[in-house]
Design a protein around this ligand. Structure first.
Ligand SMILES: Nc1ncnc2c1ncn2[C@@H]1O[C@H](COP(=O)(O)OP(=O)(O)O)[C@@H](O)[C@H]1O
Ligand SMILES: [Mg+2]
Length: 149
């Protein structure tokens, strides 16, 4: 059993300006594990994709809250939970298929979940239509010489 070493929580509005705030805040928190530049870049990209989904899909035209919890465990893994109380996803398996998108403006490639899955060790999605969606992503920091937390 791994033990929780540290945790942070963020609540912010679903404005696109907050997408870079969220990924920077999470990466600043992860920095205490002394990750490589690549590890940080991967985590930032995955957080960006999940937060963008809350902004553009979950809440669409309205502004509401996005909740992030990041937890660091003693095995140097980071678990990031990104939650919204938006429209929800009726078929999660389908939504996670590469190239699947409900956006019909041609602006989205339908690769957000595929990117999250390729950059993180684990991605779990739970959702209730009308209630919201939670994405939980996990990545173990393996860089050498990492500081003890
Ligand atoms: N937080 C969310 N709330 C509601 N629907 C979502 C959410 N995240 C993803 N989706 C749905 O899953 C689909 C696939 O997401 P994604 O792989 O990121 O592709 P894209 O964002 O390019 O459409 C979206 O088009 C949307 O229908
Ligand atoms: Mg997306």
């Amino acid at each position: 059993m791994r033990t929780l070493s540290n945790q942070m929580k963020l609540v912010f509005q679903s404005r696109s300006a907050n997408e870079s705030f969220a990924r920077s805040a999470v990466s600043a928190f992860v920095a205490q594990l002394d990750p490589t530049v690549e590890e940080i870049a991967d985590i930032k990209t995955a957080v960006s994709e999940a937060v963008t989904n809350c902004i553009v899909h979950a809440y669409q035209e309205q502004i509401d809250q996005i909740y992030i919890t990041s937890a660091i465990y003693d095995d140097k893994s980071i678990v990031i939970k990104i939650r919204d109380r938006g429209c929800g996803i009726p078929d999660i398996a389908k939504a996670m298929e590469p190239l699947y998108t409900t956006c019909d403006t041609g602006e989205r490639a339908g690769l957000g979940f595929a990117v999250m899955q390729s950059l993180m060790d684990k991605v779990r999605v739970t959702s209730k239509p009308g209630k919201g969606t939670t994405v939980v992503m996990e990545r173990r920091i393996v860089s050498k010489g990492a500081k003890h937390v």
